[in-house]
Write a protein that binds this ligand. Sequence first.
Ligand SMILES: [Ca+2]
Ligand SMILES: [Ca+2]
Ligand SMILES: [Ca+2]
Ligand SMILES: [Ca+2]
Length: 477
Amino acid sequence: MAFRYWLALATSTVFISACSSGAGRDTDDSTTVGSTTEPTTTTSMTTEDETSETSESETTEESTTTEEPTTAGCTPGEEDCTCNQGMCDDGLACVDDVCMPEPMTTEEPTDTDTDTTMDPTTTGGDPACGDGEPVATELCFEDPITIGMGSGPTDVLAFDLNGDDIDDLITANALSNNLTMRQALGNAMFGGLSAIDAGSSPSSVIAAFINNDQDLDLIATNQMGNNLSMFLATMDGFGPQANTAVGMGPVSLASGDFNKDTIADVVVVNATDNNVTFLPGTGLGFGEPLSLPTASGPVDITTGDFNGDQNLDFAVATTSGNVSIRLGNGGGLFSNNTNVSVGGAPSALATGYLNDDEHLDLVVAVRDQGLVYMLAGDGFGGFTVGIPFDCGPEPSDMLLYDFTNDDNLDIAVTNQSMAMVHILEGTGLGSFEAPQPFTVGASPVALTIGDFNGDGAMDIATANNSVATSTVLFANP
Ligand SMILES: [Ca+2]
Ligand SMILES: [Ca+2]
Ligand SMILES: [Ca+2]
Ligand SMILES: [Ca+2]
């Protein structure tokens, strides 16, 4: 169903922007490869619809079939090692046949495919990588390319600036108070840096049709400015910023038509005010704002139709350990807030069809635990918290996409303290395989997907907060 897919894709890609705007604390030094030369600085851009993916994301049950004998050929206590007939060394738990740190919950995985084993050597080294044929379970990326963006990038967006059907790169930059852009040149290279001024401490950026023409516009939240900046696409770039007040400390936003007037509306997460501002789109800007309280410490938002009434709803991850849910009525009003308790300090969330029913589910990354929780939707707007999955330490942002081309959504997270992206392959049954690491620049706080070289395969880009760069991982199917 195209509609369902659109929702899943939209929420997980264009509109998801977690932006933990926290001060980046990096450990590694990043390799700032100024990989681009051509200083083509033109910013002329006729934008076009950004994502044109057609693949379905239905969850058919199909998991990895390559059976590997369980072996204990690992050093004692080693993580991410295949279990020995379901057993691991002390302090490690066997989850999906891989040894990982004991999760906090002791529940058993609910699915029955305990025989799914993952190839521990897949990381960029699968023999089939690079043959141009995406194969289910293949997870392949080329060596990372890191390029300079603005100062203190907090969010990253894939956006086709010049209408060549190749995604270009935009970051929101908290320290330089602007958005910076680089056009992808189609050969894994990027053009020169251009910038447009934003407000005070931009914290996230999305694309949306603000003025109802055929061109995607930009909206950025400004964390210190307590407002958002709109940039309308013009024939040769973007118009100047037009600001709209929201709550205190906006850190994230999403877009969708909540009141069904065919005009995009916006929901903004206000971290300081502990609420969400709903701004109905008017086609020129925004109408009367509506303030909707959440649990304490809201940081990220995702949208979808959680109860199947064709009206858009939203869910907010909060650092107080809750996910706050509000169901839309299709007329610009929302249900009372309900909280689903996850625990820890969530930093990001995303929505998609992750198990074998027809209900939208959520995944929530918990920063202080290094875990992702699956929240199974019941189709009525309720969610059941399942067992967590290791996603590497300090997840700062997350999205869902089917990287392995098996029709099961996979999870990608940025790990802020590790300078890594981890990808967890989805089984389609509500569970995920052990995380596979990919190195990026220091202190990644946000990620997005886009096709930055025009080969039809979705690539990954990160915002590396402390080093003013973005890392692009080109898919190498
Ligand atoms: Ca609307
Ligand atoms: Ca709904
Ligand atoms: Ca997949
Ligand atoms: Ca690509």
